[in-house]
Design a binder for this molecule. Sequence first.
Ligand SMILES: [Zn+2]
Ligand SMILES: [Zn+2]
Length: 338
Amino acid sequence: MSDTMQAVVVAEPGGEFQVVERDVPDPGPGEVRVAVEACGICHSDAYVKEGTYPGISYPRVPGHEIAGRVDAVGDEVEQWSPGDRVGVGWHGGHCFTCEACRRGNFLQCENGDVTGLTYDGGYAEYATIPAEAVAAVPEDLDAADAAPLLCAGVTTYNALRTSHADPGDLVAVQGVGGLGHLGVQYAHAAGFETVALSHSPDKETLARDLGADHFVNTAEEDPAERLQELGGADVVLATAPVSDAIESVLGGLGTDGRVVVVGVPGEPVSVDAQQLVGTRSGVEGWASGHARDSQDTLEFSSLRDITPEIETYSLDEVDAAYERMIENEARFRVVLEP
Ligand SMILES: [Zn+2]
Ligand SMILES: [Zn+2]
């Protein structure tokens, strides 16, 4: 193996991507080194590109949707060995000692790391990762398919499985894009009566193929009315980061219904409190998951044959690949293959 590797770095906030030759990093105590086979490009990578997330030091290698194989382990790593197929998502490690960690609430760790933000991520041939941030990847999942499941996948899967919806309940997925096309598949596989809400009528065939029982074209129909006609939604998974769209579904909730927001709009969402009080309903948020949540997502995806629709690019093509993502032109997730 060569001592150097190709990596994509952002040198400063707002800087261009630069493809550089770097030393292959050695795993420190408690870390594994992952030979990266695929790394998804996520909208959150704009935090690194533009410097809009607090505390990032530069230069930085972005990338928090990593799939590959362990190729070396540092001291004190017991649970992983070279050759293991692994993945890493947004949650990049935790301290085990803060109050949140002591309660097992690793996502809320006060000293937590974010892959590709607080340390170098997966836009590279190798990345060193804290062992507790690593998930096992089932052998039958392609690395390029697994990568987006470690962010878009775990976010939608975890949001749905921790909601109060039971099999047969009415669950709507608002938006059929990077998150939503996975949300529809998970909702269907979980046994929910699944509604896809989209303002693009050309998504209907796809949404039904992915398992939607109903499709609502929100450009033509009022989603709240349609959801009430179907009995009122138990859960609406809001994946499109548009506050108008989120507000438009509140009236579609049934008793104790919840809008679970996973796509974050840049502006506040206003709610009609009367409407919420009348139905004892609510709006809540959900973020991602830790490594075991990611592994659950991958295992369920493998069990039920759920894969993302992806476009793949080499590291050299990072500019074009990022452009596809940021311009919202990709169908639906963009993946680098170092
Ligand atoms: Zn992401
Ligand atoms: Zn902690």
